[in-house]
Design a protein around this ligand. Structure first.
Ligand SMILES: C[S@@+](CC[C@H](N)C(=O)[O-])C[C@H]1O[C@@H](n2cnc3c(N)ncnc32)[C@H](O)[C@@H]1O
Ligand code: SF4
Length: 375
């Protein structure tokens, strides 16, 4: 079992907070679609005939692709990979792209999960973030997607925004829940390098919440989603009716994946590789049969640290049997030596062979996870 990620590096405009690789210019969209189809063929051996369970169009803005583009890319994947019948095919979409016609066409060609970048249900916050859409567009995109037949819809929200009061954040959560969607991904704002927000922060023009306020916003999110039947299965992810993101869960479980397109990462248990974050270089290289990438062979220490980071972020936690089976004995000893105080302080709990962060632990997860790193 494995996954395929496709990075679509185009956006209508750059949002004030985002440093994902993308360009705000569609001139080379057709060339890009042709190149990624070629890359599918070039990389067809990478997953060594594992069956593909999940396909994820991420970005950038995948909903910039026409449905014909999406269909062409999927056909190419079906040609070179064995895709499971019972698959999950996700498209990240911006609300302003989701009209009735587009939704119908992508649904018909097999996209069965939408991840809609709503970010906020407040128009002035959307403007501050330099989003292209309005709250009305956000709401009607979800309603239209539901009418089309999508039964697995996720929305992205951002908290920890400048001047975001607890009340305003609560209105955002309430609005998301009211839409009767299956999944919420809610991220705390990170100020990323080379973004407009970083510039504003440097000039002291952003009134960001302090640590206590951020924590209150996270706590409110955890409480409200729980009250409304959402399972908090990963620090930033909440799912109703079993609709967890299979693609992302497989990342956290250490399943192999192939990333296609500029800046996409791949992992095959022994190494990680990542394509160059440069569309021009990608477009020049792929037609010559060469994938512009860098590669890192994973040492055991790195694999252990990665396993700690990803597993402890999830509700399934870290499995000591897996640690024992896949790693040198010293790593299990090291991990267990660090658990005692955390268990006493009720930051960590044990369930069978798994160590899981408690609700109290989740609020300071970064510190706890770092305490397990093998240096
Ligand atoms: C790679 S973006 C692509 C999604 C799509 N283009 C969109 O804008 O809706 C995926 C998600 O990451 C989140 N994100 C991106 N940059 C972030 C930042 N600096 N802080 C917090 N969340 C961020 C946003 O919620 C966004 O929807
Ligand atoms: S948040 Fe989405 S639309 Fe905005 S710049 Fe990032 S990838 Fe593009």
């Amino acid at each position: 079992m494995a996954g395929i990620y496709l990075h679509i590096p185009f956006c209508k405009q750059k949002c004030a907070y985002c440093d994902f690789y993308s360009i705000a210019n569609k001139t080379y969209l057709e060339d890009f679609v042709n190149a990624i189809c070629t890359e599918i063929k070039l990389q067809s051996e990478y997953l060594s005939s594992e069956k593909i369970q999940t396909i994820y169009f991420g970005g950038g803005t995948p909903s910039i692709l026409s449905s014909d583009h999406v269909e062409k890319i999927l056909e190419e994947i079906y040609k070179y990979f064995q895709v499971e019948q019972n698959n999950e095919i996700t498209l990240e979409a911006n609300p302003d792209d989701l009209n009735e016609k587009y939704l119908k066409s992508i649904f018909t060609i097999g996209v069965n999960r939408l991840s809609v970048g709503i970010q906020s249900f407040n128009d002035s916050d959307l403007q501050l973030m330099r989003r292209k859409h309005t709250v009305n567009q956000a709401i009607s995109s979800i309603v239209e997607a539901q009418k089309t037949g999508f039964k697995n819809i996720s929305v992205d929200l951002i908290y920890g925004l400048p001047d975001l009061s607890l009340k305003k954040w609560e209105e955002n959560i309430d609005q998301a829940i009211k839409l009767n969607i299956q999944h919420i991904s809610a991220y705390h704002l990170t100020i990323e390098p080379n973004t407009l927000f970083q510039k504003l922060q440097k000039n002291q023009k952003l009134n960001l919440p302090n640590e206590k306020e951020s924590l209150e916003q996270f706590q409110l999110l955890v409480e409200k989603t729980k009250e409304n039947g959402f399972l908090h299965y990963e620090i930033s992810n909440f799912a109703k009716d079993g609709s967890i993101s299979l693609h992302n869960t497989n990342y956290w479980m250490g399943v192999k994946y192939l990333g296609l397109g500029p800046s996409a990462h791949s992992y095959n248990l022994t190494s990680r590789q990542w394509n160059i974050s440069n569309l021009r270089a990608y477009l020049d290289s792929i037609p010559k049969g060469k994938i512009p990438l860098e590669k890192e062979i994973l040492e055991e220490k790195k694999k252990y640290n990665d396993y700690v980071i990803t597993s402890l972020r999830t509700m399934w936690g870290l499995n000591t049997k897996k640690l024992e089976k896949d790693f040198d004995k010293k790593y299990l000893r090291y991990f267990l030596s660090k658990t005692e105080n955390l268990l006493k302080e009720n930051l960590l709990r044990k369930s069978g062979n798994n160590f899981i962060l408690t609700e109290k632990g989740i609020f300071i997860s970064d510190n706890i996870i770092a305490s397990f790193f093998y240096e």
